[in-house]
Write a protein that binds this ligand. Structure first.
Ligand code: FAD
Ligand code: EPU
Length: 340
């Protein structure tokens, strides 16, 4: 079977930052057969391909010499059930938010708090996407992935994925080795509503509901998200650019000397998470505009492309922020976005 490999393709439409770099080789896979076929081509065999979904968690800093493979595998299937759960398999190329809406419509509970996260199902395990008190590890059953060199399909359970905060084995030890083909989720027949994330309850109160539903939670999350996160169709961005750092109480006590109100979320007896958005705002970066790019004015954790920015400019801005937060708060911020 032959497959169409395009040459020198602009990637501007394939990343939510809207960065215009060129991919030397580019192909779209709609089926597992397409993946097998393209990975048998010399160009795709010689170097690990870059697998892309919605391009909403990448920053392109230079032209892409690695062959690019856009994963567009489609399909959503009910694959099992027991007393408590339905097991739903979604192919990697399904849009994440459309999948969430499909689940809400069919009363499959568990991912409503993850409404409106851009990107595709296939990337959701990569950094164990999370928002408003839920991470995909909470609803994950298994995934199937294709090995780029051995061409075997392997099933991974949750333990094998080593999920952590914005982490998985696919971002670390197994980076670039696997193409995620599909993910099977374990979704509740009877919902357990997760409204403990402060802003959700406030939003639900405004809605004056007679009965709590997963649809209401989804709508509350959508309302909160649209009030502070930029819509990539209007303003290029990749969501949170940095992770929220986990730091020791010694470091927090030091910050308290000058900022008694520092927000924090305890992890254990020794450490707590400090919101990076707060640190960046306190350091004076929120809303800062450097011509083509800058820091979002409603959420300091989000770097934006105002139009025409290069990935290198955005990257350099992130380095300046890291250096400033290090010197002002003695905290090393880590990038969340995949730098390419
Ligand atoms: P891409 O950007 O295409 O890829 C991301 C990484 O995964 C790359 O390294 C890529 O090589 C790899 N990859 C993609 N697909 C596959 C595959 N099938 N097999 C193997 N590797 C693959 N994230 C959160 O966790 N929580 C949020 O609340 C959140 N909010 C966001 C809000 C905005 C406005 C934006 C723009 C982004 C936000 N994100 C959030 C980040 C992003 O949406 C998620 O990380 C999402 O899962 C990325 O999906 P994608 O398909 O766009 O991945
Ligand atoms: N804050 C500020 N100034 C800001 C932004 C935030 O002071 O400009 C402080 C406030 O104290 C606020 C706190 O930070 O209460 C938390 O802010 P927010 O609720 O907006 O969440 P976040 O910690 O900035 C994280 C995730 C988001 C996710 C939200 C909701 C990370 C890196 N980011 O953001 O995920 O949607 O929580 O759960 O963990 C993403 O990963 O791309 C992403 C958007």
């Amino acid at each position: 079977m032959s497959i169409n490999i395009e040459h020198n393709v602009s990637m501007r439409m394939y990343n939510t930052f809207g960065i215009d770099v060129t991919a030397r080789y580019f192909t779209v896979a709609n089926t597992l057969e397409d993946i097998r076929a393209v990975l048998s081509e010399d160009i795709y065999r010689s170097e690990n391909p870059l697998i892309l979904g919605g391009g909403s968690n990448v920053l392109f800093t230079k032209d892409i010499e690695r062959p690019v493979l856009l994963n567009r595998l489609k399909g959503i299937d009910l694959v099992g059930e027991d007393n408590e759960y339905f097991y739903v398999k979604a192919q990697a190329g399904e849009n994440w938010h459309q999948f969430v809406l499909h689940c809400i419509k069919n009363e499959l509970a568990g991912i409503e708090n993850l409404s409106l996260i851009p990107g595709n199902v296939g990337a959701s395990p990569m950094q164990n996407i999370g928002a408003y008190g839920v991470e995909i590890k909470d609803v994950f059953h298994s995934l199937e992935a294709f090995h780029v060199k051995d061409h075997v399909v392997k099933e991974f359970n949750a333990t094998e994925c080593s999920f952590g905060y914005r982490e998985s084995v696919f971002k670390n030890k197994e980076k670039d080795h696997w193409i995620i083909l599909n993910v099977t989720f374990r979704l509740r027949k009877r919902p357990i509503f997760k409204t403990d994330y402060g802003a959700i309850q406030e939003e639900l109160d405004k809605m004056k509901l007679e009965k709590m539903t997963i649809k209401a939670i989804s709508q509350a999350v959508i309302a909160i998200r649209t009030s502070k996160l930029p819509d990539p169709k209007k303003l290029g961005n990749a969501g949170s650019f940095f992770k929220n750092p986990v730091v020791s109480y010694d470091v927090i006590n030091e910050i308290k000397m000058t900022h008694p109100q520092v927000p924090m979320y305890p992890i254990d007896e020794e450490t707590a998470k400090v919101p990076a958005g707060w640190l960046i705002e306190q350091a004076g970066w929120k809303g800062k505009k450097l011509g083509t790019h800058g820091v979002h004015d409603k959420q300091a954790l989000v770097l934006v492309n105002h139009g025409g920015a290069t990935g290198r400019e955005v990257y350099d801005l992130s380095s300046a922020i890291i250096a400033d937060i290090q010197s002002k708060f003695n905290i090393t911020l880590e990038r969340e976005v995949n730098i390419l």
